[in-house]
Design a protein around this ligand. Structure first.
Ligand SMILES: *[C@@H]1O[C@H](CO)[C@@H](O)[C@H](O)[C@H]1NC(C)=O
Ligand SMILES: *[C@@H]1O[C@H](CO)[C@@H](O)[C@H](O)[C@H]1NC(C)=O
Ligand SMILES: *[C@@H]1O[C@H](CO)[C@@H](O)[C@H](O)[C@H]1NC(C)=O
Ligand SMILES: *[C@@H]1O[C@H](CO)[C@@H](O)[C@H](O)[C@H]1NC(C)=O
Ligand SMILES: *[C@@H]1O[C@H](CO)[C@@H](O)[C@H](O)[C@H]1NC(C)=O
Ligand SMILES: *[C@@H]1O[C@H](CO)[C@@H](O)[C@H](O)[C@H]1NC(C)=O
Ligand SMILES: *[C@@H]1O[C@H](CO)[C@@H](O)[C@H](O)[C@H]1NC(C)=O
Ligand SMILES: [Zn+2]
Ligand SMILES: [Zn+2]
Length: 613
């Protein structure tokens, strides 16, 4: 999960206008023009006119808006943001192209960011400084880049600009009919542990300030409480806080003690904290080594199949294409580190190194008839600026995925796909998501499960056939999170999987009540099996037919929808205390069935089901 801080540089003034003024588009267009003129004069003269000061005073955002993902706003708010995005991007590109020194561009952006109350000064400064090299590189190396390319990506759902042609591409998918092989269930099961989204915070300080103004709180040095009395809990905190080391260790220890018969482990990404304005290569390296070492230490010879999360690079979210050789910009240091760790632990064979170094993805077969494909789908995240520069199937990963699946089909293998971001997430670039979706359609007969993280919620997605909306063909399970960020209880999952078909037969969700744990800091948290999927949702199995019936029932407003909703937030009080009426609940069905970002077909179909009941 990552809200919006990386976007600041391009959108700095972006927050303005719209949120609390409810202005119409033509009004905001003209305001933006005025504003840009004022900025230019300010940059040229160094003097802020009274008019300029007034505009900023008017437009500064309320602090509670700081943590909202602006790209997910809809309606008039979104179109306003989009208009502004275009204007601002154009200003930055112009400043750079007319030779304005980088320091001046940075100072301008930092000052505006601070004055508009987008973030605190330290956060504005950190985010701007971290992102500048990549932004400048892109502006300098592609003279065609314009505001439509940038805003058409960030606001891809908002229809404010038609999707630029730059983002249109497709991959070759084998056109043969799927080769079906019948595998018989064995009497044996595999037990798979999924751990995801740890977000270990080395600066976490029990008793620290849980009500800070930065993107993440409870960190050493955030002592200014500004009058709030929120104190960081010992084991973690429901406010925007990540996880202290002793909680990471407790979680891993508990998994090991509780489940003596785990056969394999999936780790689906995000080790690094949400302190996105002050990350460094050294800091991230330290946290990655510390966490993976601990996992190796605790789980010994049980193999762990890890993937990379969007928080692992520095700065956050940026995955450079493999032909970017400049060491300052390249992601090579991260891929190199992970390949070395994962292969040295004995988790991955040497054969995975080449693709990890190319783009953070790999495949292997743990036993005959079974293949794991681990992808780095963070490249599709709209905050990955490199997508603007090289949008076309970054590092050839999706074509590689297709080729790998084709080979698996030939070899009679069943496949699990591990990916960090759920494919239908609105922040995954539409074309990437659509092409991924096409691949799933072709190979759904051999993909027996997908595993995701990133959202921190306990949820799942079902895939319907692109050519038959009623036919459920695949499912992606989301592991939840170890971090309580934000307003969630910590959890992990155990999957019971047939040892011959590799179909998931049942799932346990283990968690603890964070409020309860923090009442007795001296005692270890009380982990418990919150529920087993089959029993919780009254299913005889997790087959396509059963899952389809469950989702259809939910769309028809069955009581299980509310059960799902509570599990989604892992029974954390702050979320459950909020009102969620019928249409709010139904939006969760929409979320389950949306697997291609920006494509609402499946959601609309379920709305029809609802209206027919
Ligand atoms: C939009 O705002 C402008 C300026 O306030 C106003 O003149 C115009 O009538 C408004 N347009 C609509 C469609 O509300
Ligand atoms: C916009 O979002 C709000 C809540 O986030 C929702 O209630 C509303 O229905 C949405 N409107 C549209 C047009 O999607
Ligand atoms: C699963 O099947 C493989 C053979 O494909 C076998 O080697 C392995 O021991 C089995 N694992 C379990 C847990 O039964
Ligand atoms: C606050 O800051 C001081 C140093 O200025 C430090 O000693 C202390 O541990 C910090 N944390 C809390 C929770 O007071
Ligand atoms: C795949 O299964 C088919 C049918 O059971 C069999 O004929 C074929 O030899 C198998 N191929 C491989 C590579 O195992
Ligand atoms: C969690 O623990 C708190 C404090 O012990 C308790 O008040 C609350 O009801 C618990 N929540 C759940 C969902 O059990
Ligand atoms: C569970 O499912 C069975 C069969 O599908 C049905 O007979 C039973 O009423 C269901 N129970 C509940 C509590 O919904
Ligand atoms: Zn995360
Ligand atoms: Zn993430």
């Amino acid at each position: 999960m990552y809200k919006m801080y990386g976007i600041l540089l391009l959108l700095t003034f972006g927050s303005i206008i719209v949120p609390h003024h409810g202005m119409n588009i033509s009004a905001s267009e003209s305001m933006v023009t005025t504003f840009i003129n004022e900025i230019s004069e300010w940059v040229a003269s160094g003097v802020m006119s009274q008019k300029f000061t007034n505009i900023i005073g008017d437009l500064a955002i309320p602090t509670e808006m700081q943590r909202i993902d602006w790209t997910k706003l809809n309606g008039s708010k979104a179109s306003g943001f989009c208009t502004i995005c275009k204007s601002i991007t154009k200003t930055i590109i112009n400043l750079r192209r007319t030779g304005t020194p980088i320091k001046i561009i940075q100072q301008t952006v930092i000052k505006l960011c601070t004055r508009l109350n987008l973030q605190t000064e330290a956060v504005c400064r950190g985010v701007v400084n971290l992102n500048t090299p990549v932004i400048v590189y892109i502006i300098d190396n592609d003279i065609t880049i314009n505001e439509y390319d940038v805003c058409g990506l960030l606001f891809q759902d908002q229809m404010c600009v038609s999707s630029p042609l730059r983002y249109e591409w497709s991959i070759n998918i084998n056109a043969r009919r799927p080769k079906i092989i019948n595998k018989q269930p064995s009497k044996k099961n595999l037990k798979i542990l999924q751990i995801t989204d740890i977000h270990y915070d080395p600066l976490y300080e029990p008793g620290g300030n849980a009500g800070c103004n930065e993107p993440t709180c409870c960190r050493r040095g955030q002592n200014q409480t500004g009058g709030n009395t929120l104190q960081a809990g010992y084991w973690g905190d429901f406010n925007n806080c990540d996880v202290p080391w002793h909680s990471v260790v407790d979680a891993l220890d508990h998994m090991k003690e509780q489940h003596k018969d785990i056969n394999l482990i999936y780790f689906t990404g995000d080790v690094i904290d949400h302190g996105v304005w002050e990350t460094s290569r050294e800091g991230n390296t330290k946290s990655l080594v510390k966490n993976f070492n601990k996992m190796k230490d605790i789980f010994g010879n049980t193999p762990i199949y890890p993937i990379v999360g969007n928080h692992e690079p520095n700065p956050v979210n940026l995955f450079a294409p493999s032909d970017i050789k400049d060491d300052q910009l390249s992601t090579r240091w991260l891929y190199q580190l992970l390949a070395d760790l994962w292969i040295n632990y004995g988790w991955l064979p040497e054969s995975t190194r080449e693709t990890i170094l190319r783009g953070g993805f790999y495949t292997l077969s743990p036993q005959k008839g079974f293949r794991i494909i681990a992808i780095n789908n963070n490249v599709c995240y709209v905050y990955n600026w490199w997508l603007i520069y090289k949008p076309n199937d970054p590092d050839g990963q999706l074509q590689w995925l297709e080729d790998t699946l084709l080979k698996a089909e030939k070899d009679n293998e069943s496949v699990h796909i591990l990916g960090h971001i759920p494919s239908g997430d609105s922040t995954c670039q539409h074309t990437w998501s659509r092409e991924y979706r096409r691949i799933i359609n072709r190979f759904s007969h051999i993909i027996t499960a997908q595993f995701n993280g990133h959202t921190h919620n306990d949820e799942f997605n079902v895939f319907y056939d692109l050519f038959d909306k009623t036919k459920l063909i695949n499912v992606a399970w989301n592991g939840g999170s170890i971090t309580p960020y934000a307003y969630l209880n910590p959890n992990y999952k155990i999957y019971i999987v047939d040892n011959n078909t590799y179909v998931v037969e049942d799932i346990e969700t283990w968690m603890y009540n964070l409020t309860n744990a923090n009442e007795t800091p001296e005692k270890r948290p009380l982990w418990f099996n919150s529920y087993s999927f089959k029993k919780e949702y009254n299913l005889s199995d997790l087959s396509s037919g059963s899952l389809n019936k469950m989702v259809v029932d939910m769309a028809k407003d069955s009581p299980i929808l509310e059960v799902y909703y509570k599990n989604f937030f892992k029974h954390a009080a702050p979320e459950l205390e909020k009102e969620c009426d019928k249409s709010c609940l139904l939006s969760y069905v929409c979320r389950i069935v949306t697997t291609s970002s920006g494509n609402m077909n499946d959601c609309e179909y379920f709305q029809i089901i609802n209206s027919l009941k």
